[in-house]
Ligand binder design. Structure first.
Ligand SMILES: Nc1ncnc2c1ncn2[C@@H]1O[C@H](COP(=O)(O)OP(=O)(O)O)[C@@H](O)[C@H]1O
Ligand SMILES: N[C@@H](CCOP(=O)(O)O)C(=O)O
Length: 334
């Protein structure tokens, strides 16, 4: 369980009451998750049992958080199923617990689908496209804080912890992504608020339908294509016993067709999709290396396996020969 900050029951109860969510009856630390402290909170309001999720933010600051919370509010009020943050009487959605920023949001119903079928991938693809379109008139701006600038900053930090072949791959891929980012095709990519971490464990399904996307705390303004690539790398790979990171073409097609039924990809997006899949793999290989080798204190923290995204990256290189690093300067489509 990632409970970095223990929240006293009385403090949580006071917040729940202030948010007009009734009387707190249960406060339960959540298993899973690695970024923030999360609790399920149950309360009694007008004779009804209601459930929310209380998050204490561990790395994000009170200056960064309004972007995420207002994005969730914007999406929820425009019909995209995401947890809506609870407001107090003054309309404030960002609160403080144990001296850290905190929020209370709706608890989504259902469960994550860790072995998705084509139908699940299609449902997520279509809803992601709606999210992108609805995000167009969201008026806050914050860059993707785990984007290119962070990769350039963090690669040197993790290099001492990995072997030479991995270091060569990481350096070469970073150089390739810097090169891609300077291309005219990249500059032509449509962008807006993206989720940026829409893995299988950040989507709930109920009765086969998506009940919501959640965990928007890596969201930021970036290319829509990067968001798609992050999804393809997690939803549309071979699941089950085989975790070699190889794409599953049936799942990919289902995801992309459904996405495009709502918002067709532009020509530059089509051209740069392979490069963005590599970018998505690099981003999570890097963050997992960082989490593994530079960990924080937590009651019980399970770091994710960086090796998985190293394999995903290698599986997306042209002419994959898994022992060799890729050529950094591979041509970028114009
Ligand atoms: N709004 C929500 N509705 C239902 N369950 C949630 C919600 N937010 C978090 N959870 C549960 O908490 C777990 C951890 O949350 P997550 O946001 O992934 O943590 P972290 O921000 O630390 O990565 C999720 O896997 C899910 O089971
Ligand atoms: N999805 C990322 C880790 C971020 O943690 P999450 O629990 O907030 O999704 C990964 O798998 O590396």
């Amino acid at each position: 369980m990632a409970v970095y900050t223990e929240v006293p029951f009385a403090d949580a109860a006071a917040l729940i009451e202030r948010l007009n969510l009734g009387t707190l009856t249960e406060l339960r630390g959540i298993q899973g998750g690695i970024e923030n402290t999360n609790y399920f909170v149950t309360s009694e309001r007008d004779g009804q049992t209601v459930e929310h999720v209380l998050t204490v933010f561990e790395r994000l600051s009170a200056e960064q958080l309004p972007f995420y919370l207002h994005l969730m509010k914007h999406l929820a009020t425009h019909g995209v199923p995401v947890p809506e943050p609870a407001a107090d009487a003054k309309g404030e959605i960002l609160h403080t617990l144990q001296g850290k920023p905190a929020a209370v949001v709706d608890k989504l119903r259902g469960a994550s689908e860790l072995a998705p079928t084509a139908a699940h991938c299609a449902a997520v693809g279509a809803l992601l496209a709606r999210l992108h379109l609805v995000g167009r008139d969201f008026d806050h701006h914050q860059p993707n804080l785990r984007g290119l600038a962070w990769w350039n900053e963090t690669v040197p930090v993790v290099l001492p912890f990995i072997d030479e072949a991995q270091a060569a791959l990481l350096r070469a891929e970073l150089a390739y992504q810097n090169h891609v980012a300077e291309s005219s095709a990249y500059r032509a990519l449509p962008r807006g608020p993206i989720h940026a971490d829409l893995f299988r464990d950040n989507v709930m399904f109920e009765d086969g339908a998506v009940s919501g996307f959640f965990d928007f705390y890596f969201a930021g303004v970036d290319t829509w294509l990067f968001d798609i690539a992050v999804c393809l790398n997690d939803w549309c790979v071979r699941h089950g016993g085989d975790t070699d990171g190889q794409p599953d073409p049936v799942l990919e097609q289902a995801f992309l067709q459904a996405y495009e039924s709502v918002r067709p990809l532009s020509p530059p997006e089509r051209r740069l999709l392979p490069a963005m899949k590599r970018a998505g793999a690099l981003r999570f290989w890097l963050s997992r290396l960082w989490d593994l080798h530079l960990p924080r204190e937590a009651a019980m923290l399970q770091a994710h396996d960086p090796g998985h995204f190293e394999r995903v990256l290698r599986a997306r290189l042209p002419n994959t020969i898994s022992v060799n690093p890729p050529m950094a300067q591979e041509a970028v489509p114009a």
